[in-house]
Write a protein that binds this ligand. Structure first.
Ligand SMILES: [Zn+2]
Length: 107
């Protein structure tokens, strides 16, 4: 965990140093991008952002961490990421996981 945090932070520093596109940075608008009401849920004392994904937004297959099976294209599900990430929302969002809604509910 500590090691991956360190490497991620190094990559972030590099990006800040070399990016010439900072002025073009568009703020994330995930809600508009994905549709549906985002909410925050707590699991084992950790806060997670839970974003429902509409079927038409499910455009690639992901592995559900709950059951280890595919979340197929066109299947409504939830995207989950840390709400309290020390790396910031954008980094946490990049690490989001796609769950079947029932798998997340029973996680
Ligand atoms: Zn599942």
């Amino acid at each position: 965990m500590a090691r991956s945090n360190r490497s991620r932070s190094r990559r972030g520093d590099q990006r800040r140093r070399t990016s010439k596109h900072a002025a073009e940075h568009v703020p994330l608008d995930v809600e508009r991008l994905m549709g549906g009401a985002r909410r925050v849920e707590t699991r084992r004392g950790i806060q997670y952002t839970v974003q429902p994904i509409r079927p038409e937004r499910a455009q690639k297959t992901c592995i559900c961490p709950g059951c280890g099976r595919d979340v197929g294209i066109g299947v409504a599900h939830v995207a989950v990421w840390r709400a309290d990430s020390i790396m910031g929302d954008e980094s946490a969002l990049a690490d989001r996981r796609h769950w079947h809604a029932p798998c997340w509910r029973s996680a």
